[in-house]
Design a binder for this molecule. Structure first.
Ligand code: ATP
Ligand code: MN
Length: 286
C-alpha cells in the first residue's frame, strides 16, 4: 500500500517530498483580500453578519474571508452552516459542498493560534524544512500538513475524513455524521464490543506507523464513530517518524489508547500496544 520504506531516509521517496515546490508566501486568498472587488466585499459583509460566525474568537482576518470566498468561487462550498466545534486554534463548520453533500470546513485562526507549539511540530518534519516564517506561514503550512496527513492516512488504509480542498488557513473535508449532527467521539458512545473496537484502533495505528506517520494526539476524543465505523480525526499535528519527538508522541498515543480500552476491560497496556505496533501484523488478525 505504501511504497516508501520506514526510516529509509536515503530514498528519494521519503514522506513529504510533495512539499518541495509549495510557495507559502502568497496565496490566492491573500490576493483576493488585497484586491477587494465588489463581489468579495459583499461576500465578506454577508459572512461577517451571519449568525454562525459570530461565535467567540471567530473574528476572521481579511485573508480568511478571502480564503472562504475563494472556496465558494471554486465551487467547493455552496453555503456555510453552523459551527460543529469551536476551539482555541480552529473552528469547524458544517457547510454544503459541491454536489449538495455536507462538508466540514475547518478554519484555523491565524490571530489566536498557538503557533509556537505548531512550529515545534513542523520543525523536524522533512516536509517542512525551512518553514520558519510568520504566524500565518506556520498556520498555512499546518493546514497543508493536515490535508497531506489525511491523504497519507487514507492511502495507508486508515479511515479518516477525505480531504476536499485546502485554501490558505482553511481545510474542507468530508463531513462525518448525519442530519442529526456530527458523528460522536469514542468517549461519547457506549461500546458494545471493546475488544473489536480496540483491534481496529490498533490496526489503524499500525498502518499509520507503517506509512511513516504518528498521530500525536490520539485518544478517544479524536476517534469518531461514523456509520458504525471508527474514524480517526484531527491529524494536523501528526508527524513523520523522522521527527525527533515521534517516539514520544507514539508512546503518548499508546498510553491514551491503552488506558481507555483497559478501563473497558481489554487486556492491553501502553507497553504491549507499543510492542505490537512494532512487531508488524497483529496475531489476532490471522
Ligand atoms: P480539539 O482542539 O478540540 O482537539 P481541533 O480544533 O483540533 O479540536 P478537530 O479535533 O479536528 O479540531 O475537530 C473538533 C471537533 O469538530 C471534533 O471533535 C468533531 O466533533 C468536529 N469535527 C471535526 N472534523 C469533522 C468532520 N470531518 N466531520 C464532522 N465533524 C467534525
Ligand atoms: Mn480534536
Amino acid at each position: 500500500m505504501t511504497d516508501f520504506g520506514l526510516l529509509d531516509t536515503d530514498e528519494a521517496d521519503v514522506p513529504g517530498d510533495e512539499w518541495e515546490e509549495i510557495d507559502y508566501a502568497d496565496t490566492e486568498a491573500d490576493r483576493i483580500a488585497r484586491e477587494r472587488d465588489r463581489e468579495f466585499s459583499e461576500f465578506r459583509e454577508r459572512i461577517k453578519d451571519a449568525d454562525q460566525f459570530k461565535v467567540e474568537e471567530s473574528v476572521f482576518d481579511e485573508a480568511t474571508y478571502g480564503a472562504l470566498y475563494k472556496l465558494v468561487q471554486d465551487g467547493y462550498v455552496d453555503a456555510f452552516g453552523g459551527p460543529l466545534s469551536t476551539g482555541k486554534e480552529a473552528n469547524v463548520y458544517e457547510a454544503i459542498g459541491e454536489d449538495g453533500e455536507t462538508v466540514a470546513v475547518k478554519v484555523y485562526l491565524t490571530t489566536t493560534s498557538n503557533f509556537r507549539q505548531m512550529g515545534d511540530y513542523l520543525e523536524g518534519d522533512p516536509r517542512f524544512e525551512g518553514i520558519k516564517g510568520s504566524t500565518t506561514d506556520v498556520v498555512i503550512a499546518w493546514v497543508r500538513k493536515e490535508s497531506s496527513n489525511l491523504e497519507r492516512a487514507r492511502a495507508a488504509g486508515v479511515a479518516v475524513p477525505e480531504p476536499v480542498a485546502v485554501q490558505r488557513n482553511v481545510l474542507v473535508m468530508e463531513y462525518l455524521g448525519d442530519e442529526s449532527g456530527p458523528a460522536p467521539t469514542l468517549n461519547e458512545v457506549s461500546i458494545e464490543n471493546p475488544e473489536t473496537a480496540f483491534s481496529v484502533v490498533e490496526e489503524y495505528m499500525r498502518r499509520l506507523y507503517d506509512a511513516g506517520l504518528v498521530h500525536g494526539d490520539l485518544s478517544e476524543y479524536n476517534i469518531v464513530v461514523h456509520e458504525d465505523q471508527l474514524v480517526f480525526i484531527d491529524v494536523g499535528q501528526a508527524v513523520t517518524v523522522h521527527h525527533p519527538n515521534a517516539e514520544d508522541f507514539l508512546d503518548r498515543d499508546c498510553r491514551n489508547v491503552a488506558s481507555f480500552f483497559a478501563d473497558l476491560g481489554v487486556d492491553v497496556t501502553a507497553e504491549s500496544l507499543r510492542t505490537s505496533l512494532e512487531a508488524g501484523a497483529a496475531p489476532r488478525e490471522k
